[in-house]
Design a protein around this ligand. Structure first.
Ligand code: 5RP
Length: 295
């Protein structure tokens, strides 16, 4: 047992070296807790400050969506290319190998499907998120929708619960026919989500004024890809979003419904982390696709 006898006296205080006090590399998070920063730095690349998150949580409202019929076959081979996986706890437990080493953003609200009214959701128990080693919890927030109050409360409760454990909250702007997609709507939604406690925000890209949506959102924004587009257009969407200030993508259908998902996710990575132009990224997609399909 250690005692005070015979210990060498401490004398290495480097009195001439000032203690470091560095700003955190992600927007708006300098005052976040250590656990939050640690988990965010598992998701967001330290060098580019961006992330390619692979979203395959669609089944929780849409059932066996195209490309997700057999997630064990379609999603597992893509995981190695993602900086983070975004999914439900059901998908995580059934198909994501725990040894993959990727941070997980868990879909953290549920309660309705495309067969009824979307966004009438409640929250899942935080203890399960801790058990699953979640790096972020993602509740849906339907600003301007019929369940606005309920979903903002869900967000605020998630932020309170996650704060106890140092887990980031990813506020997700909801999908819904009645909900907008222009800069005015997205700017309002992202700002409300942040002011109610989100650590980062997932939203949609809009062609006009997205840079203002990003500027007025005090924390990082990642964009969803939305409905499947031709690959060249999806790469352009990713390019424009990061160019306008997004901190990456949380993309689903435009990756797993691609002609060649494995090539697509690598091309998206080139755009997000290396600022590859949409043209170069599309060429990369085509080259990789040929190689992969030859195998
Ligand atoms: C809706 C969601 C989705 O379930 C999903 O993650 C969206 O991904 P994509 O639009 O790229 O398919 O979060 O807000």
């Amino acid at each position: 047992m250690a005692d005070n006898e015979g210990n060498i006296e401490a004398d290495n205080f480097a009195l001439d070296v000032k203690a470091k006090s560095e700003a955190f590399y992600l927007k708006g998070l300098q005052n976040a807790d250590w656990g939050v920063k640690s988990r965010m730095s598992r998701i967001f690349n330290r060098k580019s400050g961006r992330a390619v998150m692979l979203a395959f949580d669609h089944g929780y409202i849409m059932g066996p969506t195209r490309g997700l019929e057999r997630m064990d076959l379609s999603i597992v081979p893509l995981i190695k290319y993602a900086d983070c996986v975004m999914c439900t706890r059901g998908a995580l437990r059934t198909i994501v190998p725990p040894e993959c080493g990727k941070p997980v953003a868990l879909r953290w609200s549920a309660g309705s499907t495309v067969l009824t009214e979307l966004n009438d959701e409640c929250l899942i128990d935080i203890e399960d998120a801790v058990k699953l080693d979640a790096c972020a919890l993602a509740p849906m927030v339907a600003i301007g929708g019929a369940f606005e109050a309920k979903t903002i409360q869900n967000l605020a409760k998630t932020a309170d619960m996650t704060a106890k454990y140092g887990i980031p909250t990813l506020g997700v702007t909801a999908v819904g026919k009645e909900l907008g997609r222009d800069a005015r709507y997205l700017g309002l939604a992202c700002r409300v989500i942040t002011e109610n406690g989100a650590t980062f925000v997932k939203t949609y890209y809009c062609d006009e004024g997205f840079e203002k949506v990003v500027a007025a959102c005090p924390v990082p924004i990642v964009i969803a890809g939305g409905k499947k587009l031709p690959e060249a257009e999806a790469l352009e969407l990713a390019y424009k979003a990061v160019n306008d200030g997004a901190a990456g993508v949380d993309m689903g259908r435009n990756i797993f419904q691609s002609e060649c998902p494995e090539a697509m996710i690598q091309a998206v990575r080139a755009v997000v982390h290396e600022n590859a132009s949409p043209k170069d990224a599309f060429e990369m997609f085509n080259d990789l696709q040929h190689e992969i399909k030859k195998l």
